[in-house]
Design a protein around this ligand. Structure first.
Ligand SMILES: [Ca+2]
Length: 267
């Protein structure tokens, strides 16, 4: 290849790189400038919640709430009767494990632990132990889309993980107009968006799973206002979704109530 041809190739390579960068910057700018949807809500139901349950995971399936609880010696996975809060099934963790997020996959329930690097699998019906899985980050929240688990670890990243091996498939940095959103906690994948609690914040955020950009917010500071637990760690945490109604169930650590809410857009 002659030197002029090499220059041409180099130049076209450079041009392609510039074009790619411009497209990426444009996509970033568009995502940046897309206004967040500020959701509102109305309460459509209110149910009892065990005020000793340190809620770390929550989802709704088949008419029941499923809850994972934390704190060493108190960690469990439970299937709950919605109307009464009655425990239908329960599996306890050994007392040295601190339970975190839970999510179903097929006929199993997966449960994270905080710092042990190991998670536990249960049969969804019998709650019998079915196995373990491992990961090399902290374990906080867990949910899934159609293809993989989605996990938070206390950072501003979410990881997408293989539903059988739990191997990390990709990481998604989450940001809003202020920068990285750290301490992402309990999660719920709903209609193409990842809803997340943020540790010690009274709002939910909706995250675009492709860009990681926060595209919506829901202020829940009025929930249980004046009746929050005295424990400073009794914060909002726990998002479940009922696809048959579109309603969300939300609660907090050590809260005495689960709220069923319907989202409304202000505009
Ligand atoms: Ca959840």
């Amino acid at each position: 290849m002659g030197s002029s041809a090499q220059r041409l190739v180099r130049r076209s390579g450079l041009a392609a790189a510039v074009v790619t960068s411009v497209i990426a910057a444009g996509a970033w700018l568009m995502a940046r400038t897309t206004p967040e949807t500020i959701w509102r809500y109305e309460i459509v139901g209110e149910y009892p919640h065990d005020p000793n349950a340190f809620t770390q995971g929550l989802y709704f399936e088949g008419g029941h709430l499923f809850e994972g609880t934390g704190r060493r010696g108190e960690s469990a996975v439970r299937k709950l009767e919605l109307d009464t809060g009655r425990v239908v099934e329960q599996a306890d963790l050994q007392p040295w494990f601190f339970g975190e997020g839970i999510a179903p996959w097929g006929d199993r329930i997966y449960q994270l632990t905080w710092v042990a690097g190991v998670g536990f699998i249960y049969d969804k019906e019998s709650f019998e132990p079915e196995g373990q899985f491992q990961y090399d980050t902290e374990g906080w929240g867990l949910t899934h889309d159609e293809r993989s688990f989605i996990m938070s670890d206390g950072s501003a990243d979410l990881s997408f993980r293989h539903p059988v091996s739990f191997r990390e498939l990709r990481r998604l940095p989450v940001s809003d107009e202020m920068g990285p959103v750290v301490a992402l906690n309990e999660l719920e994948y709903v209609d193409g968006y990842i809803w997340a609690n943020i540790w010690h914040r009274d709002e939910l955020v909706a995250i675009d799973p492709e860009t990681g950009v926060v595209v919506g917010r829901l202020d829940l500071s009025d929930l249980m206002a004046g009746a929050r637990p005295a424990d400073p760690e009794g914060v909002l945490n726990g998002i479940a979704h009922d696809p048959s109604t579109g309603h969300f169930f939300v609660t907090g650590k050590l809260w005495s109530r689960v709220f069923e809410i319907r989202l409304t857009e202000p505009n």
